[in-house]
Write a protein that binds this ligand. Structure first.
Ligand code: SF4
Length: 310
């Protein structure tokens, strides 16, 4: 298949069937962290790069294979929304399956009303917001001439007002670029204007074209989680087993963890099971007692239940 790949296991979207709508690498940006390599030539004009029938035929074929799929995800070898007619594709996919549709985008074209309209039927949209200032936006995202920070942010804000689905904004955290307190506070202010349902904090764990790209220190990651959590629940970029073994006051400990970042219910259940030496009944009862305290809410994302502060 030329356009459809997977399903691949994704932390954010479970089993995700990817649909690539673009020739490699067609993008409005040239991010310092891009795993696809440098953007040799910017593409800014929207086009129907491939026939929609060809793409839909591949999606149908992949669905017939019968694998478990949590999401059908439009994610390109570049900027997904450059595909003119993505709205029609989403509509057609919805006619053939009840599997939810996600769109991963850099969000740079959301300032255009016709682009925003094309996304209204998607179940989740995951745009990028890596900076809270023009200076950092130019340094990290390195957009094509004519693109600037304010229209990018305004596009996200306008989209949020019009869109009823899940808006999960992605932030790539980069050492020495957007991980300082100043940068994070500016980002948080911008994020507040967007008002997403969740923030997905991600790290540059794959090879990047630029040598200056590196992983932030743990302390900076925690700081980013803490600052951005004031705006929306933040999906922590580092999965780690939770240890509740020696904890005296479980409610206090779980409250402290959940106040810093959303916690997978599955992870919490596993930690309680370990604490109670595999006693499932006790672990489950304790989980329910903790939840009944009223200190937590639960949200679902990609089939995963997260606890957040109530
Ligand atoms: S928006 Fe995505 S594809 Fe485009 S340069 Fe940035 S990371 Fe690469």
């Amino acid at each position: 298949m030329q356009h459809v790949f997977g399903p691949v296991s994704s932390k954010r979207l479970g089993q995700s069937l990817g649909v690539d709508l673009l020739p490699m690498k067609s993008c409005t940006w040239n991010c310092v962290y891009c795993q696809l390599g440098k953007t040799r030539e910017y593409v800014t004009e929207r086009r129907e790069f491939y026939s929609p029938e060809e793409i839909l035929r591949e999606i149908r074929q992949a669905l017939q294979a019968g694998s478990h799929i949590d999401w059908i995800t439009f994610v390109g070898s570049g900027e997904t929304l450059l595909y003119k007619g993505i709205g029609r594709l989403i509509g057609e996919v919805k006619k053939i399956t009840a599997i939810p549709v996600a769109v991963i985008t850099n969000g740079s074209l959301l300032y255009l009303p016709e682009v925003r309209r094309e996304l209204l039927q998607a179940d989740a949209v995951l745009p990028s917001l890596n900076a809270g200032s023009e200076e950092l936006y130019l340094r990290i995202d390195r957009p094509a001439p004519g693109f600037s920070f304010r229209p990018h942010l305004d596009g996200l804000i306008a989209f949020r007002r019009e869109y009823k689905g899940k808006l999960w904004v992605e932030v790539m955290l980069l050492k020495g670029m957007n991980d300082s307190d100043d940068a994070l506070l500016a980002l948080s202010e911008a994020m507040q204007q967007v008002d997403p349902d969740m923030v997905h904090l991600v790290l540059p764990t794959r090879p990047a074209p630029e040598q200056q790209v590196s992983l932030p220190d743990t302390e900076r990651i925690e700081r980013a989680v803490s600052i951005l959590s004031a705006v929306a629940p933040v999906v922590h970029p580092v999965k780690g087993g939770m240890d509740l073994g020696g904890v005296v006051d479980l409610l206090e400990a779980v409250t402290a963890i959940v106040s810093r970042h959303p916690v997978q219910e599955r992870e919490l259940r596993a930690a309680l099971l370990a604490r109670f030496s595999g006693d499932r009944e006790l672990a489950e009862r304790t989980l329910q007692d903790l939840f009944s305290s009223g200190l937590f809410d639960s949200v679902e994302q990609a089939g995963e239940v997260y606890w957040i502060p109530s």
